[in-house]
Design a protein around this ligand. Structure first.
Ligand code: CA
Length: 227
C-alpha cells in the first residue's frame, strides 16, 4: 500500500484529500505544519509527500530540503504559488513534481499514481526467494533446504556460502569474493576453508557429491551455482 503524507494547513482541503485518497486505498497521514510533517515522516516514513508551501511555521521549501537530507519519499508540491521561479526553486530543492492550486482532484490523483509507479520501479527487484532444482529446494528467507522430500540442515556458514552463490546464480564467484563475504576481510586467501565447506554443501545437497551439477568448481578461480 502506498503511504501518503498530506502536509497542508487548510482543514477543508486536508479533509477532501484524505477522503479521496483513502477511497483509493492509500494509507494517509496528515500534518498541519512543517514541524509535524518532519516528525511524522521520520516516525512513519511515507512513499509520497503532498506538500503545501505556505505553512504556518516554516516555508515548504525548507521542508523539502530537510526531507531530502534523509527521506526517499517522492515530494509533490501542491501550492497556490504559481510563478515558474517558485516551481524551479521547489524542484531544485528536491521536489519531484509541482501542482498549482486550485487543482483538479483527477489530475492530482494521476500525478500521485505516476509518483507511486516511479517509486515502485525504483525499488530493487526481489531476489528469488525459493530456488528449485531437480535435486533440491532452497527456501532462502526461511533458511530451509530439502532434498528427496527430507529437510537438510545446513550450518550458518554453509547457508551464507550458498546464499552468496545463489545470488549470483549462473555466474562465477571468485574465491576472494566468497571468502570476504562469508568469512570477512581477513580470510581472503584461505581457499582451504572454501574447499572444506563446499564439500559439506555438496554432500548435503548434490545427488552425486563427487560429480556436482549445481555447485561447480572453476579450478583456480572460484565456484558457480547453476539451478
Ligand atoms: Ca497553506
Amino acid at each position: 500500500m502506498t503511504r501518503v503524507l498530506v502536509v497542508e494547513d487548510e482543514p477543508s482541503l486536508v479533509r477532501a484529500l484524505e477522503i479521496n485518497l483513502k477511497a483509493r486505498d492509500y494509507d494517509v497521514d496528515t500534518a498541519p505544519d512543517g514541524a509535524h510533517a518532519l516528525r511524522l515522516a521520520a516516525a512513519h516514513p511515507p512513499d509520497v509527500v503532498l506538500l503545501d508551501l505556505g505553512l504556518p511555521d516554516m516555508d515548504g521549501i525548507d521542508v523539502i530540503k530537510e526531507l531530502r537530507a534523509w527521506s526517499r519519499a517522492s515530494v509533490l508540491v501542491v501550492s497556490a504559488r504559481r510563478t515558474s521561479e517558485v516551481k524551479v526553486t521547489a524542484l531544485d530543492a528536491g521536489a519531484d513534481d509541482y501542482i498549482a492550486k486550485p487543482f483538479s482532484m483527477d489530475e492530482l490523483l494521476a500525478r500521485l499514481r505516476a509518483a507511486a509507479r516511479r517509486i515502485e520501479s525504483a525499488k530493487p527487484s526481489d531476489e528469488p526467494a525459493v530456488i528449485v532444482t531437480e535435486d533440491f529446494t532452497l527456501d532462502l528467507p526461511a533458511k530451509k533446504a530439502r532434498r528427496d522430500g527430507r529437510d537438510v540442515r545446513l550450518t550458518p556458514t554453509e547457508w551464507h556460502l550458498v546464499e552468496v552463490l545463489v545470488r549470483d546464480s549462473g555466474r562465477l564467484v571468485s574465491h576472494q569474493q566468497l571468502l570476504q563475504e562469508v568469512w570477512g576481510p581477513f580470510h581472503s586467501t584461505q581457499t582451504n576453508y572454501l574447499r572444506v565447506y563446499m564439500a559439506h554443501v555438496r554432500r548435503k545437497l548434490e545427488a552425486d557429491p563427487a560429480h556436482p551439477r549445481h555447485f561447480t568448481t572453476a579450478p583456480g578461480m572460484g565456484y558457480r551455482f547453476d539451478p
